[in-house]
Design a binder for this molecule. Structure first.
Ligand SMILES: CN(C)CCSCc1cc(N)cc2c(=O)[nH]c(N)nc12
Length: 373
């Protein structure tokens, strides 16, 4: 019998929680940042490097993997962990968000979504049941319900319709997921920027007794203040003994302020995408290596970092690689950025453990916010 999924809160500082999720494939230290591995790869990284920077869990993506190479094919090859050689926990998004943002000719009904692949135009349909089936074929450890994320700004009746549909889909996903002790299916709170709809969604999902809860429908272009206000409203309505995952977030400042409101898990393409575009995150601020002012700078990105990409290469060399569009540029900057994000989470976890998060948490990212240095 696989050991069951468990979440334990080890320390609290204000509303910030230091916890640990225990799963058969390993522990997840929270607050956690999950590197994005959309197509079964954290772009430009070897999986042992991803582990080496301190990641306990990565993200996979149902939409991309069902289109290519196909969920049944991944299952035949032993599942996503075997396929991508990542033996630790994997969380997969349900695919609905990506269908609405990437696919063509999409049609959404009570049954689910039909769409055409953005790769070859082939027709597909994704129901709550099919999404859970695909995530099962991938052997995903934490599976997300199929939901409808409303782009903001939106009419109240539109936000309500999508939130109510997502609740009905959560019930169907819970039924389809059944009882899998070593795995978890998370519900996703919707409700846009409307307090009453957020409360209704969070309360209804809490009554379903799920193993974890995501806050969706945010990081869709709304101001940070609106996102944070929705967290102030939503988190108190979710069970205190279950993990909370804020989807698609965010900058170091977003993460700090969301941990302070009770969020435990994060994912964002920023560190990996920025790495591919010549942008380095450091504890003293962002460094745009495309900028010519780095051409003669012998300094590394961060001489105190334990990441070789940050400590052993001059900015001049990194600038040269970026300007020359060398593959190594993306590799080194992605490595640096993921290392920075994991160090950020490690500092946040330590601050909560030592009860210094509320008082001094802002110092953890004050350098980053300073901008290009
Ligand atoms: C790479 N990541 C961005 C992908 C995983 S998170 C994708 C994602 C991001 C955001 N902002 C909102 C939602 C949402 O409301 N629902 C779902 N299912 N996914 C979401």
């Amino acid at each position: 019998m696989a050991k069951p999924f468990s979440f334990e809160v080890l320390a609290i500082d204000g509303k910030a929680r230091r916890g640990v999720i225990d799963m058969p494939r390993g522990e997840i230290r929270t607050p956690a940042f999950m590197p994005v591995g959309t197509g079964g790869t954290v772009k430009t990284m070897y999986m042992d490097q991803v582990r080496g920077v301190g990641a306990d869990i990565i993200l996979g993506n149902t939409y991309h993997l069902m289109l290519r190479p196909g969920a049944e094919r991944v299952a035949r090859l032993g599942g996503l962990h075997e396929f991508a050689r990542w033996p630790h926990p994997i969380l997969t998004d349900s695919g609905g968000f990506q269908v609405m943002s990437l696919s063509k000719l999409r049609k959404l009904t009570e049954k689910g979504v039909t769409f055409r692949s953005h790769i070859d135009g082939a027709p597909y349909e994704m129901s709550p049941e099919r999404s859970i089936e695909i995530q099962g074929l991938l052997d995903s450890d934490i599976q997300m319900q199929l939901d409808e994320c409303t782009a903001l700004p939106a009419e109240l009746k539109e936000i309500e319709r999508a939130m109510e549909l997502s609740l009905r889909w959560a019930e169907r996903c819970k039924t389809a997921f059944g009882d899998q002790p070593g795995k978890a299916m998370f519900g996703i709170v919707q409700g846009g920027d409307n307090a009453a709809l957020r409360v209704r969604s969070a309360q209804a999902l809490s009554e379903m007794g799920l193993k974890g809860y995501a806050v969706g429908g945010l990081a869709v272009g709304e101001p940070q203040a609106v996102m944070l206000e929705m967290l102030d409203i939503t988190c108190p309505e979710l069970p205190a003994d279950k993990p909370r995952y804020l989807m698609g977030v965010g900058t170091p400042d977003d993460i700090l302020k969301s941990v302070a409101r009770g969020i435990d898990m994060f994912d964002c393409v920023m560190p990996t995408r920025a790495g591919r575009h010549g942008l380095a995150y450091t504890r003293r601020g962002k460094v745009n290596l495309r900028n010519a002012r780095h051409a003669d700078d012998p300094r590394p990105l961060d001489e105190e970092s334990d990441c070789p990409a940050a400590r052993d290469y001059s900015r001049a060399y990194l600038h040269h690689l970026v300007r020359s569009q060398e593959a190594l540029a993306a590799m080194l900057l992605t490595w640096n950025n993921l290392s920075y994000y994991q160090k950020l989470m490690q500092d946040i976890r330590a601050a909560i453990e030592t009860q210094t998060f509320e008082a001094r948490g802002a110092e953890i990212t004050e350098g980053w916010a300073r901008g290009d240095i």
